[in-house]
Design a binder for this molecule. Sequence first.
Ligand SMILES: [Zn+2]
Length: 289
Amino acid sequence: MSAQPLRPPPPVVRAPVVDSHCHLDPEEWGGDDGVDAVVDRAFAAGLSGLVVVGAGVSVMDHAVLLAARHGPRVRAVVGIHPHEARYASPAALAQVEALARRPEVVAVGEVGLDFHYDFSPPDDQRAALTAQVALARRLQKPLVIHDRESGGETFAILAGEGAFGGAGVLFHCFSGTPREADRLLEHGGYLSIPGIVTYAKADRMREVAARVPTDRYLVETDAPYLAPEPWRGHRNEPAWVLYTVAAVARIRAEPAEVVARTTTLNAVRFFDSPGLAGQEPWTAPESGA
Ligand SMILES: [Zn+2]
């Protein structure tokens, strides 16, 4: 392995922080031991909780087992990603439903439409989304949404299927316009801000981050993807959500601790999971951890 270039370590934020969306699939991280190491690094860096997304038939059960292994600070979300919608057979949806009934599972997701990659045919994506909205409503669990280049169709399906009358809707990795954000917020939805907000060209996302009401946004890594600056291009990990907290704090002209506390409260409320805030009283990590 080559030496890492010198870059600033994650900032120390003296308040609980939740990475509200990460993928910790064992095959990406060198097995369960590798996954547990990355979880330990996140807590050592000062995070209070993680929401792990198992979005696909081959990874869902790993996310649930991880949550069970680490307790209430780690919770799971399960569902069939739009990329995998072609595999959303009745049997696969029954598997989502069985897992989603478990107490470690706090939402159905990530589900939605992705017409950028079209890894699954659009009609399969629509059908999988519709079925999983119904499933979430039946189980009274919130929905974590993936929306990429759907031309507003994801939102239209959610509205048409009554998703906004359910347990909650969170657009993860929100990349829409301020107007689209307003429409989501008017419907009672939440949005989550990823490390993209640190990228030079992400002015539109920074505008959304500046305007979103305090009680309606979360922060996330989407690890292993979308590493924030100064690590863009590297494999992302949950501890690095701290760079995003610091960036959002600068954009909103608030202390990082305020961004941390408010987004943690929002995560606790949205996922109905007080354990994500960590133990009370929360203790700061050793400086420089
Ligand atoms: Zn994701």
